[in-house]
Design a protein around this ligand. Structure first.
Ligand code: ZN
Length: 73
């Protein structure tokens, strides 16, 4: 079923930059590299954990660490 028939009007396709670039995982300040994400305690410092809404998850070993809920203001 041709669902996308209406979307074919414009030839110009805006490419949106993905928000999850690997470069955003680190922030370099001078000579110091700040890690924005925690590394997996099981896999070691080389493996960063994926950040979810309320938890951190290691895609390698499956380790999950729940974020501490801070009191609502
Ligand atoms: Zn792990």
């Amino acid at each position: 079923m041709p669902k996308k028939a209406k979307e074919r009007k414009g030839k110009k396709v805006k490419k949106k930059h993905p928000k999850h670039l690997k470069s955003t995982l680190y922030e370099v300040k001078g000579d110091v590299v700040e890690r924005k994400r925690r590394s997996c305690p099981k896999c070691g410092p080389g493996i960063l954990m994926a950040e979810h809404k309320d938890r951190l998850n290691c895609g390698k070993c499956g380790y999950t660490e729940f974020k501490e809920k801070k009191g609502s203001e």
